[in-house]
Design a protein around this ligand. Structure first.
Ligand code: G3P
Ligand code: CA
Length: 350
């Protein structure tokens, strides 16, 4: 009776759900599953980078993670901004005089930064009709992004992760504030899908120690260039090299420039052997054809994550690698044959 119920449940599930084969064993990633897709600065190829709107669009285009770059303001708040200065991606020059010869984030208070409008860069525009935020082009704080993502996931039944970057150079106050925000907003379990990254070796090491001591179950990733030095694979940033063995002492992931000469199947395999995932940045294809040409070789080499400004193109390439669905007419006889085989085995055991 139990076996019959099980068979009915399996058949019911097959009829109710889209019939797709498991992805496991198909990908050469560390966990055998599809590479994660990271909306780099949000869907920044389409909307002003590092805005709630860009994150939202990135998710709607199929991203698994959003990526905020983080900087400290003059009054100690963590804001989401790629550059150490405000003028490339906001209208700060229209509203403020330069300070200390420029527009450094660290020279402006949060209240001042809140008056700015994030502006489109590169191929982005500011036309997007589906905002869930009333102020989509304000420069957000890290806290606001954490709250927004939590609400977004709850409202939409999604489990989108977050991949915050403590921008180099090393800044102890920034690292502490990042860890504190994660703790305050309850991003402490593996299920919360937090990957912390930095180009600064010191920051990555410190973030690993901080999250350990604060019981935050986050993945730590070292950013840099994949390097082969005297026959040893490692990561380089700012003229400093650390071997994969040394990095594996405190990080679980590597964020690698896709223009690194050493990036390929051998590097990825060496990282996987040490339990390290490899995420590549940053893909900026100008067409679907170019996306396939650029991303597919790294998928075949086993890359575990894809940072792109164009999450829709990244999603298309990843999905094209998913195993083809098993059509129902073929799946049904397979299921019945499987159940028949089980019955024979049970009879033999008796
Ligand atoms: O964090 C991965 C990638 O974003 C590093 O480059 O300069 O865009 O932060 P960047
Ligand atoms: Ca980044």
């Amino acid at each position: 009776m139990k076996a019959m119920l099980l068979g009915t449940a399996v058949l019911g599930a097959m009829l109710a759900a889209p019939v797709t084969a498991a992805t496991i064993d198909r990908f050469a990633t560390l966990n055998g599953e599809a590479p994660i897709l990271i909306a780099h600065r949000g869907a920044s190829g389409y909307l002003p980078e590092h805005t709630i709107a860009a994150y939202e669009l990135g998710i709607q285009m199929g991203a698994d993670y959003i990526e905020p770059d983080l900087q400290l303001t003059a009054d100690g708040h963590v804001v989401v901004m790629h550059d150490g200065t405000l003028n490339r991606s906001t209208n700060v020059e229209e509203l403020f005089e330069a300070r200390n010869g420029g527009y450094a984030v660290k020279d402006f208070t949060l209240d001042e930064i809140r008056t700015l409008t994030a502006e489109p860069t590169r191929t982005a525009t500011n036309e997007y009709p589906g905002f869930s935020s009333d102020y989509p082009f304000v420069v957000p704080t890290f806290d606001e992004v954490l709250v927004w993502l939590d609400e977004y996931n709850a409202e939409n039944g999604t489990d989108i992760g977050i991949y915050p970057e403590s921008k180099a150079p090393y800044n102890a106050a920034l690292n502490t504030a990042i860890a504190q925000s994660l703790s305050t907003h309850g991003y402490t379990e593996a299920a919360d899908k937090v990957i912390l990254q930095s180009f600064s070796f010191d920051s990555a090491e410190e973030l690993a120690a901080l999250t350990d001591s604060m019981m935050i179950d986050a993945t730590i990733a070292q950013l840099g260039s994949a390097t082969l030095l005297d026959g040893v694979f490692g990561m380089t940033y700012g003229g400093e090299f650390r071997s994969l063995e040394a990095l594996a002492e405190y990080v679980e992931g590597l964020g690698v420039s896709i223009s690194s000469p050493a990036l390929g199947a051998e590097f990825i395999s060496a990282a996987h052997d040490l339990g390290l995932v490899v995420h590549g940045w940053t893909w900026r294809p100008t067409s679907l054809e170019e996306a396939f040409a650029q991303i597919q070789p790294l998928i075949e080499a086993g890359i575990d994550g894809i940072f792109t400004d164009y999450p829709d193109l990244g999603r298309a390439v990843i999905d094209a690698n998913m195993p083809a669905p098993v059509p129902l007419p073929a799946a049904l006889p397979m299921l019945l044959a499987g159940l028949g085989g089980l019955a024979v085995l049970r009879r033999r055991r008796k």
